[in-house]
Design a protein around this ligand. Structure first.
Ligand SMILES: Nc1ncnc2c1ncn2[C@@H]1O[C@H](COP(=O)(O)OP(=O)(O)O)[C@@H](O)[C@H]1O
Ligand SMILES: [Mg+2]
Length: 228
């Protein structure tokens, strides 16, 4: 991990209007992360974890406040630039894999590259390399329905990393797995973090998993606080 800041959030607020009331889901989140850093985010259900991650990934906008990735204020980008920026700089892994059912493991991993205009042969080669790194070289042609839960998450993680993004956002990536598989995925993530130098921001309920990260933060009453 270096001390080069890749992500900086300043005073993020996200309010929802609920009839006459204002629901203050995020209420002044300050956060920054370095290149290659692994940060765990915990918090009770409904505390705003997914809202926070969606704002970091440009899928939602804050009511006020800014998110800078590599010095770029991402919510200032228009929709088209945002899509390109997300494709290159942000990888996302969800609790449920969100792989495309009609495509093989290799094709799912190659997709972000094809969207970015990488030549198909080159995209396939890189996808196969990633497939090796996540230990699924003998599942290359399997569709998601022909993979186990843990294998699907491995493919989803490979897809998130294939563009060598600055940051990878994960929303409870092991939440749907048994504890042994969750442990294997956690170990794999540490390994990939070392190789890739991507910054990982991971929402999790699994404290053992969180303890393997560089830093643990908690969303509480709309703010992000250190729990060390
Ligand atoms: N589109 C929305 N409109 C109104 N309230 C919302 C919306 N999305 C989320 N919320 C509320 O924001 C709070 C935080 O949600 P969420 O970020 O999904 O929490 P977590 O991921 O920590 O469980 C919840 O109380 C939820 O009901
Ligand atoms: Mg959530």
């Amino acid at each position: 991990m270096s001390n080069e800041v890749v992500l900086k959030c300043t005073d993020i607020k996200r309010y929802y209007q609920q009839g006459p009331q204002e629901l203050k889901v995020l209420d002044g989140v300050e956060f920054s992360a370095n290149r290659g850093e692994r940060v765990a985010v915990i918090g009770s259900s409904g505390s705003g974890k997914t809202t926070f991650l969606n704002i970091l990934g440009g899928l939602d906008s804050p009511t006020t406040g800014t998110v800078e990735i590599n010095g770029i204020n991402i919510h200032d980008l228009g929709d088209k630039k945002m899509a390109g920026f997300r494709n290159r700089s942000i990888g996302i892994v969800y609790q449920f894999h969100h792989l495309l059912p009609e495509f093989s493991a290799t094709e799912n991993i190659a997709l972000p590259m094809l969207i970015a205009g990488v030549k198909p042969g080159e995209a396939r080669e890189k996808a196969e390399r990633l497939l090796n790194q996540v230990g699924l070289q003998d599942r290359a042609d399997h569709r998601p329905s022909e993979l186990s839960g843990g294998e699907r998450q491995r493919v989803a993680i490979a897809r998130a990393l294939v563009m060598s993004p600055e940051i990878v956002l994960m929303d409870e990536p092991t939440g749907n797995l048994d504890s042994r598989t969750a442990k294997e995925i956690a170990a794999l993530m540490s390994e990939l973090n070392q190789i890739s130098q991507c910054c990982f921001i991971v929402i999790t309920h699994d404290m053992a998993f969180a303890k393997t990260m560089d830093r643990r933060l908690k969303l509480d009453e709309g703010r992000l606080v250190s729990i060390e």
